[in-house]
Design a protein around this ligand. Sequence first.
Ligand code: ADP
Ligand code: MG
Length: 255
Amino acid sequence: MANNYKIETRQLAKVYHGQQVLKSIDFSISPGEVKAVLGPSGSGKSTMLRLMSLLEASDGGVILLDGKELGVEVVNGRARPSTEIELARQRTRLGFVFQSFNLFPHMNVMENLLLGPTAVFRKPRKEAQYEAEVLLKRVGLIDHCNKFPSELSGGQQQRVAIARALIMSPEVMFFDEPTSALDPELVREVLNVMEDLADSGMTMVVVTHETGFAREVSDHVVLFNEGRIVEEATPDNFFSADAPLPVKQFLQHVM
Ligand code: ADP
Ligand code: MG
């Protein structure tokens, strides 16, 4: 599952109701890298993820995948916003896992996984089903493939959501507080799947309050505050006694 593309943002900006919630974000992630994004509530972490994964349009700056700008087409030398069809195609390269799982409640686990590949990629059902089985085994849920989301625990639903994102073979996986909605005893099973994914070489951006995950699994830790990246460091430096003051102040609140 090695990925080959670098994804980056340059001067990414977002304004809501006249308030600038993202201020010139330069963020980049290399193939196979795992970055943990930390920061107080309201600092813009989710907004950056939604923009980078093309779930929402930015108000400035660019998002580049392998050096090519996303969300924009150049026609006759002029840049113009991508069509909805083109955006949908680009989104398939960008996997997203939400805090609240967001499975389709009226579909069983298998159907949740098959929808993307069959409807978007027009893959034969048999082929997609084989891939779904491989992924459901990988997240430990093959025995639950006929169940509906409401019959699963939160941890199981989140593992299905991860498998559903992976079946599209994304270049990068975005996780927005994937364990924050879970009962404490279910957090580990989801983190284990994410660690396995990181070990397999997946490029991952993970917004999380799990400092243990940031410390042990990520290659870099990024700290957000008030719409800006205020620090980026290796876990060793980030969680060290010599970390800069904003890092220490933040960690004092969460640890
Ligand atoms: P975080 O994920 O770090 O908690 P968010 O990206 O969700 O932060 O939010 C950043 C700021 O943008 C907050 O002030 C929030 O209230 C505001 N915001 C986020 N989404 C919207 C939206 N859809 N409409 C208006 N304001 C929003
Ligand atoms: Mg958020």
